[in-house]
Design a protein around this ligand. Structure first.
Ligand SMILES: Cc1ncc(COP(=O)(O)O)c(C=O)c1O
Length: 470
């Protein structure tokens, strides 16, 4: 008899994969400006550490909140006992207002249709438990966030079928890619229950266009399936084209709850404060669904991953301060934009281009010209050199199920500006020493193309000089 369950001993959580090599190496030899200046720089972590000072200064000005007091009186006992899985009404109200504010108040969210969860991780899994059976499938555009393999598949037994996107159209979702995914699901004998998109995308750092969103709505209508929109990066959109939530598309198509209840029943949004506020440790996420059955079932399931009451209390006060949230969103975006420009222009000097992005905490970096062969083996070889020789932990495209070898995700918001500059310097020396022809050829080729190619980002030195507003 087996001592443990198959689930406990199988590897479908993905955390034993070879991609953990970069993390293991980083753990053994982490960079520190003073203690370990030759160490590995962590650029594989999609964390936002650029605006902690704003949160800390708010906490300084509101000592009652951190001390669990309200109007000078302790509310410790109330908070210690609160365990209603519907969540604190004040927090739900503040959260839906914040979500609307991020979307430029083009849409509103009803607090009765929000389910609080311990981060987007829990929100995504809970939704999958509500929408699909073991052996059903969700379609996801590639490249996608690697932990979806854990979050959507591991405990639910649901499968992921990739919607293969590629660089020929900047990884946009097309009708033919959706059809390809359907055919693949059919071949694997899987019933498709829905599509999951991440908007803005991790790892691309781009937002879905109106056309793509309309295509997705047409597709789920035709197939009578669900659409989950993971909008965890919605507050990080730092330049145009600006963010369009799937909720805004429903509104624009004049799909009202009473005229098109079937569509509203099949579209669900996932959100979290892990990226926009940089609070992954607080474990604050949410499902927004106007499907009453989904909301009711997900609320019951949320018992397995609630947000603690003291966290809800603290954040209801912080998000309830509208003057603060407005300032925070705007400053945080400016800082992200400046960082992204720094990375893009620095890499460009090394002859490396990035997909033009307008959101996120990372760039999607094109190193196809540095591969020995056009294969994922060559991508792995290059990645190992970057981890061991350049001492940067970046993430290879294959870990995001990218269909083309040679792309890497490089994070820019989890480290200091000096560390980012050092990382760029190391990468530049590496390219100049190891690939002199590639660096030179690439640079001269690109400089002649700069004017005509608008979809790729080159020489953004003017943007880099932009004032950092702190
Ligand atoms: C697309 C996407 N969804 C979900 C998550 C999980 O976030 P959380 O910390 O809210 O669980 C991440 C984190 O990187 C992510 O990138």
């Amino acid at each position: 008899m087996k001592l443990l369950s198959t689930k406990a001993t199988c590897n479908s959580h993905g955390q034993d994969s070879s991609y953990f090599l970069g993390w293991q190496e980083y753990e053994k030899n982490p960079y520190d400006q003073v203690m370990n200046p030759e160490g590995i720089i962590q650029m594989g972590l999609a964390e936002n550490q650029l605006s902690f000072d704003l949160l800390e200064s708010w906490l300084d000005k509101n000592p009652d909140v951190g001390g669990f007091k309200s109007a000078g009186k302790s509310i410790f006992r109330e908070l210690a006992l609160f365990q209603d899985y519907h969540g604190l009404p004040a927090f739900k109200n503040a959260l839906v207002d914040f979500m609307a504010e991020i979307r430029g108040n083009t849409v509103t969210f009803d607090p009765d249709h929000i389910v609080l969860t311990a981060g987007s991780t829990s929100a995504n899994e809970t939704l999958i438990f509500c929408l699909a059976e073991q052996g059903d499938a969700f379609l996801i555009p590639t490249p996608y966030y690697p932990a979806f393999d854990r979050d959507l598949k591991w405990r639910t037994g649901v499968e992921i079928v990739p919607i293969p996107c590629n660089s020929s159209n900047n990884f946009q979702i097309t009708e033919s890619a959706l059809q390809q995914a359907c055919e693949e699901a059919k071949k694997r004998n899987l019933r498709v229950k829905g599509v999951l998109v991440t908007n803005p995308s991790n790892p691309l750092g781009t937002t879905l266009s109106r056309d793509e969103l309309n295509l997705l709505i047409d597709f789920i209508n035709e197939k009578n399936i669900h659409l989950i929109s993971d909008e965890i990066y919605s507050g990080t959109v730092f330049s145009s084209p600006y963010f369009i939530s799937v909720m805004e598309i429903l509104k624009q198509r004049n799909y009202h709850k009473d005229s098109h209840p079937d569509v509203w029943d099949r579209v669900h949004v996932v959100y979290s404060l892990s990226k926009d506020l940089g609070l992954p440790g607080f474990r604050v996420g949410a499902i927004y669904s106007e499907n009453d059955t989904v909301t009711a079932a997900a609320t019951k399931m949320s018992s397995f991953g609630l947000i603690s009451s003291q966290t809800q209390y603290l954040l209801s006060a912080l998000l309830g301060d509208k003057k603060f949230t407005k300032k925070y969103i705007s400053k945080n975006k400016k800082r992200l934009k400046r960082r992204q420009s720094l990375l893009v222009s620095g890499l460009q000097k090394a002859g490396i281009n990035c997909l033009q992005s307008n959101a996120g905490l990372f760039c999607w970096v094109d190193m196809r010209h540095l591969l020995q062969t056009d294969t994922f083996e060559a991508e792995m070889e290059l990645w190992k050199k970057i981890v061991y020789e350049v001492r940067l932990n970046i993430s290879p495209g294959s870990s995001f199920h990218c269909s083309e070898p040679g792309w890497f995700r490089v994070c820019f918001a989890n480290l200091s500006q000096d560390t980012l500059n050092l990382a760029i310097k190391r990468l530049r020396s590496f390219v100049a020493e190891s690939f002199p022809a590639a660096a030179h050829h690439h640079q001269s080729r690109e400089s002649s193309k700069t004017r005509s190619l608008s979809k790729w980002v080159f020489g953004l030195s003017s943007r880099v000089r932009e004032q950092e507003e702190r």
